[in-house]
Design a protein around this ligand. Sequence first.
Ligand code: SF4
Length: 131
Amino acid sequence: MVSACLLGMRTRYDGQSKPDPFLCALWPQKFFLPLCPEQLGGLPTPRLPAEIVGGDGLAVWQDQAQVLNRAGKEVTRQFKQGAKEVWRIVRLLGIKKAILKSRSPSCGLTPKLGVTAALLLAQGLVVEEWG
Ligand code: SF4
């Protein structure tokens, strides 16, 4: 599974993508499944950027942190829902590894663990940060 924006899908909050030339070149030979947790959680594209407040993605699952968009609206429910949908698909297809976009409140591992990244790690998936 690969963060959809890394494979050229226009899934980012600003309606743009973040294609990685290396991954895009590999895509025809490798089975890469592009998924975007924020879209799967029901958020529109484009959308306001969001950030985790009060902790990281793990703290969100422990109900100790929230995800707020730039207008101050809480979108924690959508972020968690999207992460669960990603995990559901990954599990159903027997996917063993996720390549996730860095610096995202959903997909990132750094500078702060994202909501989806935290769930996939907790489920034992091999997770690699990219970009
Ligand atoms: S949530 Fe993940 S896949 Fe979706 S746009 Fe952000 S970094 Fe890319």
